[in-house]
Design a protein around this ligand. Structure first.
Ligand code: AMP
Ligand code: ZN
Length: 115
C-alpha cells in the first residue's frame, strides 16, 4: 500500500468509488471520466506502479485479474460481447495514475489504431 496513491486510497475507502466487483485481491470500479458507455477500472489491491513493475511472483495475480475481467464482461454484457481492455504503461502511453490498472471499455464501436 502506498499512502498517497489515489487507487490505494480508493482500496482503503478514503476516496469514494462506484464499485462493481471486489474480492480479496482485486477491485473494479467505474471510471470517473468515462470514455465509453461502460468504462470500468480494474486494479490489484496491492500497489504496483504499472505493468513494468510486475514481478514473476505476480503471475497468479495477473492471470486472476484477466479472468475477473472476462467474468465482469460476461455478467454486464453477456457471452461473446465486444469490449476493449487497455493498460497504459508510462506517461507517454497516457498513464496518469501510477497504480497498475486495466481499463475495460464497452458499449460503443472502437477504432484501431488507438490515438
Ligand atoms: P490512466 O490515464 O491510464 O492512468 O487512467 C487513469 C484513469 O483513472 C482515468 O481514466 C481517470 O478518469 C480515472 N480516475 C481518476 N480518478 C478517479 C477516481 N477518483 N475514481 C475513478 N476513476 C478515476
Ligand atoms: Zn497504489
Amino acid at each position: 500500500m502506498n499512502k498517497d496513491c489515489l487507487f490505494c486510497r480508493i482500496v482503503r475507502g478514503e476516496v469514494p468509488s462506484q464499485k462493481v466487483f471486489e474480492n480479496k485481491e482485486l477491485l473494479a470500479f467505474k471510471d470517473i471520466n468515462p470514455q465509453a458507455p461502460i468504462h470500468i477500472i480494474i486494479i490489484p489491491k496491492k500497489h504496483i506502479n504499472s505493468l513494468s513493475g510486475v514481478e514473476k511472483k505476480d503471475d497468479v495475480l495477473l492471470g486472476h485479474l484477466q479472468l475477473v475481467i472476462s467474468e465482469i464482461t460476461e455478467k454486464m454484457l453477456g457471452k461473446n460481447s465486444s469490449y476493449r481492455v487497455v493498460t497504459n504503461c508510462g506517461e507517454e502511453a497516457g498513464q496518469s495514475v501510477f497504480h497498475l490498472h486495466y481499463h475495460l471499455l464497452a458499449g460503443r464501436r472502437f477504432t484501431w489504431p488507438p490515438g
